[in-house]
Design a protein. Structure first.
Length: 456
């Protein structure tokens, strides 16, 4: 496996401009749809438990706190894996990295479905969480290397809707499977799909443009941030982590914001079906209503990416702040909806998903853009670690708050997190450019002395 995880060798550069253009167009489409299908499938194996949860509580007699523990263990493991695998993914071949991770998550889902004790369920869900972390970093690496900054918001936005496609499909699969064949089948079916799709990724994905004999995307698109080229030496994983991530103030602000965004996103996504069920909806109806959260996220990702490219010229900060303000309003509306109102609940969930997935996507993109082009996996993995600390906080802690203080405690807690998100993201309103694209004098002050800046 380690042999396959190594970066693909660079092929001799193509010299025919027409052939370069033809190959770039072909591979950009192929890379995008391969990542899209693959990451959507990761969501099937990640969220299968969420939508089997009501049936599991009924069948296995678990408490909300028990279920919360499983969620917290998963998210902590996933967050740590996302960070560590991000470091490895920057030096690896995303083709094999992503495919192997997806296959193992499928196996873990199937084994989870065969289990009943809380200990065995926790072990298999922990394994699933670790290999779920193999999905995002290779995508971040490919999105950074195949699509330039002026256009990346749109391309990244399109890819980001894979979250929502997977998230919208899994409640339907899980609800139907759990209703007619029991909760275990809601784990088996996504597991089998993931294994099959893992082998599809092995066939479809490739490494960065240079592995196909193509020039770097900045050269091909003549899209150098602030009109400057940077030629830099090969950097070690330690240099990428320390210089461009751990010592980068932008990354820390993004990480703190991600904690709060993921508390909101995951709390609504993981507890929303149970909330609606306790408001009088059936399992099938509540899971179906929650699908509108993902549909809204699908649209929100596209709009947020387009706005950041076309309206704010590649700045992600303004869109993040505007969407975060909207989250507060949408949460209040969802809480105020009367019992049993499918249409109003669906509309509010659509709005929350639309607004949450804007910052969820753009924070990750900003982390890649505000670090180093070779540290995309490391930077996004690092902020992803904090994101899933937030997701873990939406598990057991939110479960205890809901159990002790009811749903008012749930909505007040999530609302406070949304308000704090606005404050943190406002500090990044004007941030846009990689630190390594600064002037040489600034490089000396910030320790980025390995970058050679040449005016474009």
């Amino acid at each position: 496996m380690l042999k396959y995880l190594r970066r693909a060798d660079k092929k001799p550069r193509l010299t025919d401009d027409q052939q370069v253009d033809k190959n770039y167009k072909y591979w950009r489409i192929r890379i995008l749809y391969s990542m899209y299908i693959g990451y959507a499938t990761f969501y099937l194996t990640r969220k299968s438990f969420t939508f089997a949860m009501p049936a599991m509580i009924h069948t296995l007699h678990f408490t909300k706190a028990d279920i919360g523990i499983l969620g917290s263990v998963f998210y902590i493991t996933y967050g740590v894996s996302k960070f560590l695998s991000g470091i490895v993914a920057d030096k690896s071949n995303p083709r094999y990295f992503m495919a192997i991770g997806l296959i193992i998550t499928g196996i873990a889902n199937i084994l989870f479905g065969f289990s009943s004790s809380i200990m065995m369920l926790m072990i298999f869900w922990l394994i699933n969480g670790f290999f779920q972390g193999w999905g995002w970093p290779p995508c971040a690496r490919l999105l950074t290397h195949w699509y330039s900054q002026r256009e990346r918001g749109v391309w990244w936005g399109i890819w980001n809707t894979s979250h929502n496609v997977g998230g919208a499909i899994i409640p339907i699969i899980a609800a139907v499977a759990a209703t007619y064949w029991g909760w275990r089948s809601a784990m088996f079916i996504p597991g089998i799909i993931a294994i099959v799709m893992g082998f599809v990724l092995l066939n479809r994905l490739r490494d960065v443009p240079e592995s196909q004999g193509l020039p770097p995307i900045e050269e091909y698109k003549d899209d150098y941030p602030d009109g400057k080229k940077v030629a830099s030496k090969e950097l070690s994983s330690k240099e990428l982590l320390v210089k461009y991530v751990l010592c980068n103030k932008y990354i820390w602000l993004l990480a703190a914001s991600y904690v709060l965004v993921y508390i909101v996103r995951t709390a609504i996504n993981d507890w929303g079906a149970l909330y609606l069920n306790e408001q009088g909806s059936s399992i099938l109806s509540s899971d179906g209503t929650l699908a509108f959260f993902e549909i809204g996220g699908f649209c929100g990702s596209l709009v947020a990416g387009w706005m950041s490219d076309k309206i704010f010229a590649g700045r992600r900060g303004p869109v993040n702040v505007l969407f975060a303000i909207g989250i507060v309003v949408a949460l209040a509306a969802f809480w105020a909806c009367p019992r049993g109102s499918f249409v109003l609940h669906a509309a509010c969930l659509y709005a929350i998903g639309f607004l949450v997935f804007g910052p969820q996507m753009l924070i990750g993109m900003a982390a890649a853009e505000l670090s180093h082009r070779e540290a995309a996996g490391t930077a996004t993995g690092f902020v992803g670690l904090f994101g899933y600390i937030g997701a873990a906080l939406s598990g057991y802690p939110i479960g205890v708050i809901t159990q002790d203080y009811g749903w008012p405690g749930f909505f007040i807690t999530v609302g406070i997190c949304a308000l704090l998100t606005i404050v943190l993201l406002s500090f990044l309103w004007g941030a846009k450019t990689h630190p390594q694209y600064l002037d040489k004098d600034t490089d000396d002050k910030t320790g980025l002395d390995d970058a050679i800046v040449v005016e474009g």
